[in-house]
Design a protein around this ligand. Structure first.
Ligand code: SF4
Length: 325
C-alpha cells in the first residue's frame, strides 16, 4: 500500500511578476519499505518536489495544483499549524548540508529532545532516553549527545540528523542529496545505515539525487525529471535496463560505469531550457533526436507503458533507443 501518493503536483515560483513552473504535473507513489530515487539535472524540479511535499517552499513558491497524500492525509490543504504537526511526526527530511541542520550554539542532543517534546507528550528524561537509543541505532555513542555540532565530523552529523529524522517515528523520510557532501567511504556507510533503518522502521523513502549510481545501488524505483516534468518512473531494473524516454536513456547512458565492458558515453545535445520560458509541447523536444511535429505542439501524457513503468513521451515504447544499457 502506498504511504505517499503524489498526483499532478504543480508548484510555481513567482519572480518579479513572472511565473516559473518549477514542478508541473508530477505523479508518483511510494510504498512502505520502498525507496524512490528522484533524479535529474540541477534545476529540474526534484528538490522543489520534495519541499512541496514537506510544505517548506520559499516565500515566492506556491503549490498551484495537484495532491499530496501521506498515509491518507491530504497535505496540500492543511493549515500551516496542522502541517507543523505532520513534520517530523509523519514525514522527516534529511538535508545535504548537515552542518546547517543544527543550531551551532546548542548541544545536539538537546535539539533532538526539543523536537521530540514538541511532537510527543513525554518528559525530558524520556526524550533523552529516546535520543540515547537513536544515537546507538545510528552508530553514535549515546554520551555524544551532549556535544555541540562543531565537535562532530560531517559523517557523524549526518548520522545525528538521521537520528533526529527518526525521533518521532515517521512513515516517510525525504533524503535530499544526503551524502553528496561526504567522502565516498562515509557515503557508503550512511547509505547502508539508511537501508537498515528503512527496513527496521518500515519507512517509505524519497531519495533526491543527481547521482544515478547512488540510485542504482540504493533505490527500488527511480523517477527521472526534466524541466519540471517527471518524464519516466519505474523500477530501477526496468528503467536502467530499458529506458523508454529519450532523455532518461541519454542521462543514464551519460554516466560512466566502473564495472562491465567499456562503452561510449552518451551526451545530451543542446542545453537545458530557460526555466522562465519552457518549450511548448514536450519540453525536451528541442534536444530530442526523435522529435516530430506533434512534439512541439502537444504535451505528451504521462502513460503506463509497461506494468508500473510510466513515461511522458508521445512515442514511448515505439522508439529504438538502442535497447539494453
Ligand atoms: Fe522526444 Fe517527442 Fe518523445 Fe518528447 S514526445 S521525448 S520530443 S519523441
Amino acid at each position: 500500500m502506498a504511504v505517499l501518493e503524489v498526483k499532478d503536483l504543480a508548484t510555481y515560483y513567482y519572480l518579479g511578476g513572472r511565473e516559473l513552473k518549477a514542478v508541473d504535473g508530477v505523479t508518483f507513489d511510494i510504498d512502505q519499505k520502498r525507496t524512490l530515487g528522484l533524479a535529474g539535472e540541477s534545476g529540474c524540479g526534484k528538490t522543489t518536489t520534495a519541499y512541496s511535499i514537506m510544505r517548506i517552499l520559499a516565500e515566492n513558491g506556491k503549490i498551484a495544483g495537484g495532491s499530496v497524500n501521506l498515509g491518507g492525509l491530504e497535505l496540500t490543504t492543511l493549515s500551516d499549524e496542522e502541517m507543523r504537526k505532520v513534520r517530523w511526526k509523519k514525514a522527516s527530511i534529511v538535508f545535504q548540508y548537515a552542518m546547517n541542520a543544527f543550531n551551532p550554539v546548542l548541544r545536539i542532543g538537546n535539539q533532538i529532545v526539543e523536537v521530540i517534546r514538541e511532537k510527543d507528550d513525554v518528559s525530558e528524561e524520556e526524550a533523552i532516553m529516546t535520543v540515547s537509543t537513536l544515537f546507538d541505532e545510528v552508530g553514535l555513542k549515546p554520551e555524544r549527545q551532549t556535544d555541540y555540532p562543531h565537535e562532530f565530523s560531517g559523517g557523524m552529523l549526518q548520522r545525528a540528523i538521521i537520528a533526529q529524522a527518526l525521533a518521532c517515528d515517521p512513515q516517510l523520510i525525504i533524503a535530499d542529496e544526503p551524502v553528496t557532501a561526504l567522502d565516498v567511504i562515509v557515503q557508503n556507510k550512511i547509505l547502508d545505515l539508511l537501508r537498515k533503518l528503512q527496513d527496521k522502521y518500515n519507512l517509505a523513502v524519497l531519495f533526491i539525487t543527481h547521482d544515478l549510481s547512488v540510485v542504482a545501488e540504493n533505490c527500488h524505483d527511480v523517477g527521472i525529471m526534466y524541466a519540471g516534468n517527471l518524464v519516466e518512473v519505474g523500477s530501477v531494473e526496468a528503467v536502467f535496463k530499458r529506458s523508454l524516454h529519450p532523455y532518461s536513456y541519454k542521462l543514464i547512458g551519460a554516466f560512466p560505469s566502473v564495472v562491465g565492458p567499456k562503452k561510449r558515453l552518451e551526451f545530451i545535445p543542446g542545453v537545458p531550457p530557460n526555466l522562465l520560458n519552457f518549450p511548448s509541447g514536450c519540453r525536451f523536444h528541442p534536444r530530442c533526436p526523435f522529435a516530430q511535429d506533434i512534439c512541439s505542439k502537444e504535451r505528451p501524457e504521462f502513460r503506463e507503458i509497461e506494468s508500473g513503468h510510466y513515461v511522458m513521451c508521445h512515442f514511448a515504447g515505439e522508439l529504438d533507443l538502442g535497447g539494453s544499457q
